[in-house]
Design a protein around this ligand. Structure first.
Ligand SMILES: Cc1cc2nc3c(=O)[nH]c(=O)nc-3n(C[C@H](O)[C@H](O)[C@H](O)COP(=O)(O)OP(=O)(O)OC[C@H]3O[C@@H](n4cnc5c(N)ncnc54)[C@H](O)[C@@H]3O)c2cc1C
Length: 401
């Protein structure tokens, strides 16, 4: 019985990962949540773990600044990832500048209780530490069904399949797991887009995480290390945009085209975004954007609050984590942090099952009860935080059909 299938060939072979002594675990997604969980499971003594990543090259994806809170940094440190590797720049201080008529009207300084890193720095730090045989890249999970022995059966794009006792979906905003396990919670467009880019050098000479806010747009910038070792500047331009405008500029619905890579951003779209930057912000900001050659876009998405993270599948369990469970608005800086918190608690629950014979259903149920409230909180807070910047659709608005 195929529960959900994406187009693709029928797999001819099956490799069982079942271990006699411990559950076999398949983790879908090799970005942040998936590899963090894999390393925590490795540390907890699990040996039968696979991380399945659709992207062919683990470091191929672009990614911007990720603010990691103290709890996430501590979790990563227990995995042997020192804070200095993730955050080579001092990054607690945040400067927030208010803009009206393209001019500064005031600024405040605050402190972020954590450190900022860049997605590619974090992703490399995690993947470099995975046990050799655990990561399978270029392997999109296409469908899931129940095998004859009750395990979950995952069919992969390379025409193979694997079985597992526990399937963890950490496959992001368009999660195949969510579409299968919780199909009544579709994504809704939040009414604004995060345009992001990176430049070599730090042309504006900033040291702090710097945020400029004008009504209807916000510009964030932060110095980061580039892949080649140079210093760079990472920027994000949050800009209001109707769904129709998004489709006109980027050729698809924002709930379907959830990540637009640089080569897919047409000149017409970048010209329009640059023109908005000139209308909202001082010239130096707009020039930073127009000097960037490779930039990409992420429409911001909302979703109804999840009621559960754990789903039964034959004799197996399937779990939804982080953005696969519920993408939250980036202004909360909670998406990756929630994922790492879920990972840590899950590794503890599974460790209790492995080492002390704890009842797996009870352990997973307890994990879910503890972790769901922070997801609900972030889903509630996101629209309020963005509304304060004049961004996006307020929570009270009717959700478009
Ligand atoms: C502009 C912006 C700023 C943000 N800032 C912050 C911040 O400061 N702090 C914070 O905590 N969070 C932040 N976030 C949120 C954070 O980026 C996400 O929550 C985080 O990336 C989720 O990580 P993940 O590993 O769960 O999923 P993702 O990073 O989305 O990765 C999912 C992975 O699964 C793979 N995949 C997808 N489908 C399949 C499949 N069928 N088979 C196999 N593999 C598959 C993908 O290729 C991808 O590698 C921000 C988000 C945005 C858009």
């Amino acid at each position: 019985m195929n529960l959900l299938t994406e187009p693709g060939p029928v797999p001819p072979s099956t490799t069982s990962l079942r271990a006699e002594s411990q559950p076999s675990i398949a983790i879908i997604g090799g970005s942040i949540t998936g590899p963090t969980l894999a390393l925590l499971l490795h540390q907890a003594g699990f040996t039968r773990v696979s991380v399945l990543e659709a992207s062919p090259s683990p470091f191929a994806q672009a990614g911007g600044v990720i603010g990691l809170d103290h709890a996430s940094l501590a979790t990563l440190e227990t995995l042997g990832i020192p804070q200095a590797e993730l955050a080579p720049f001092p990054s607690e201080r945040v400067t927030t500048i208010r803009i009206a008529d393209r001019k500064e009207t005031g600024r405040v300084h605050s402190v972020y209780p954590g450190r900022n890193t860049a997605w590619h720095v974090l992703n490399s730090a995690l993947l470099n530490r995975l046990p050799d045989t655990w990561l399978r890249t270029g392997n999109r999970v296409r469908s899931m069904s129940i095998a004859g022995n009750g395990q979950a059966l995952l069919n992969l794009a390379d025409r193979t399949s694997i079985t597992a006792d526990l399937v963890v979906f950490a496959d992001g905003r368009r999660s195949i797991g969510r579409r299968l396990l919780d199909p009544t919670r579709p994504l809704h467009y939040a009414g604004y887009v995060a345009w992001r880019g990176q430049l070599t050098g730090n042309r504006v000479g900033i040291q702090d995480y710097t945020r400029l806010g004008a009504h209807g747009g916000a510009f964030h910038m932060f110095p980061i290390p580039r892949k080649n070792g140079d210093t760079g500047l990472d920027w994000t331009f949050y800009l209001n945009m109707s769904s129709e405008e998004f489709s006109r500029l980027l050729g698809g619905d924002p709930t379907q085209r959830t990540f637009i890579q640089p080569h897919h951003v047409p000149p017409m779209a970048s010209e329009e975004v640059i023109s908005w930057a000139y209308q909202l912000f001082p010239e130096a900001v707009a020039e930073t954007i127009s000097a960037t050659t490779d930039w990409y876009a992420t429409p911001i998405l909302d979703i109804d609050p999840p009621q559960r993270m754990v789903h039964s599948l034959g004799a197996a369990h399937a779990l939804l984590l982080a953005d696969a469970l519920a993408p939250v608005r980036p202004n909360t800086a909670q998406g990756a942090n929630n994922g790492i918190e879920q990972d840590r608690a899950l590794a503890i629950a599974l460790g209790q099952h492995l080492h002390h014979g704890a009842d797996l259903n009870a352990a997973l149920d307890h994990w879910q009860q503890r972790l769901l409230p922070s997801v609900h909180r972030a889903l509630q807070e996101g629209p309020k935080l963005s509304a304060a910047l004049g961004l996006g659709r307020p929570l009270a608005d009717p959700v478009p059909a």
